[in-house]
Design a protein around this ligand. Structure first.
Ligand SMILES: [Zn+2]
Length: 286
């Protein structure tokens, strides 16, 4: 008995070490910023995936903020944005709406090959000036999550008439709460205000049901997810890094954020070709 115990301990330690080493190695080698290879290699990898069927239905959801010339990680340059949209188009990606995504996740409804849901957070005016014309020209759909109290009053943000105009041309407007507070810091009463009142304000302004929300700064927990469902939303988006699939919690859908970096477009190609570890190894999502 004593011998068995002595034997088990080192084995357990070794297994734990192996698992940790595997995670560390995988995270290090597969993290987009550390991945070896040139943009060319990444481009080729993406091109190969275009020809495949979407049996696994792992769906890419991109997340942008500002489309402007500011030197800020959350501000993608308009010329880079155009390059990225043309890249998606020329590599056979097909833009979808949140309705398309949810119908696939919940009912298994078919999506076009290489589906991509393009989203913008915060409702910046530059989305209308610099992103919308490109999307319209290329016939691409996108979704903008707006902060309802910022609309039409706050400098640099959209107003409802521009939202209504964009909705006629492939843009879906959805909620990003009433005033962009971090939801994990709020009481239930405050949460209900952020969830329900932003939904109502957007519905009144747009004249249709508003079914989707993105959590400000991505902060959420399962209680917030439950309250979001109770408030009548069909789904909610986080900034948890990954692709959406049938394993995803529809009230905590993963996205791939796109940043302004030293090599914005090369990083973009690497990010959209990246497959998170849990998908590569077939692990279940939490
Ligand atoms: Zn935000």
């Amino acid at each position: 008995m004593q011998e068995q115990k002595n034997f088990k301990k080192p084995v357990l330690f070794f297994c734990a070490f192996l698992v940790l080493a595997l995670i560390a190695f995988g995270t290090y080698t597969l993290r987009p910023s550390n991945r070896a290879g040139t943009a060319q290699a990444a481009t080729e990898a993406a091109a190969v995936s275009v020809g495949q069927t979407n049996a696994a239905q792992s769906i890419l959801v991109l997340n942008y903020h500002k489309i402007d010339t500011l030197m800020h990680s959350l501000s993608v340059n308009p010329s880079d944005f155009r390059w990225q949209m043309e890249y998606l188009k020329s590599h056979g990606y097909n833009t979808i709406t949140p309705d398309d995504l949810i119908a696939n996740m919940e009912e298994g409804k078919a999506l076009p090959v290489n589906p991509v849901l393009i989203t913008f957070d915060d409702g910046y005016l530059d989305n209308y000036k610099n992103a919308y014309p490109v999307l319209k020209e290329l016939g691409m759909k996108a979704t903008i999550f707006v902060v309802t109290d910022f609309m039409g009053g706050k400098k640099g943000y959209l107003d409802w008439s521009k939202c209504r105009e964009m909705e006629k041309n492939g843009i879906t407007i959805a909620s990003h709460t009433v005033d962009h507070k971090s939801m994990t810091d709020l009481s239930d009463e405050q949460l209900r205000h952020e969830l329900i009142d932003s939904k109502k304000a957007a519905e009144e302004a747009l004249g249709h049901s508003v079914d989707y929300i993105a959590y400000p700064t991505g902060a959420y927990n399962l209680h917030i997810a439950d309250m979001t469902k109770e408030a009548g939303y069909k789904a909610a988006f986080t900034i948890k890094y990954g692709n959406a699939d049938k394993e995803s919690n529809v009230y905590a859908i993963e996205r791939v954020p796109i940043f302004h970096t030293e090599h914005t477009n090369r990083d973009f190609v690497e990010r959209i070709s990246y497959t998170p570890l849990f998908q590569q190894f077939g692990w279940k999502k939490a």
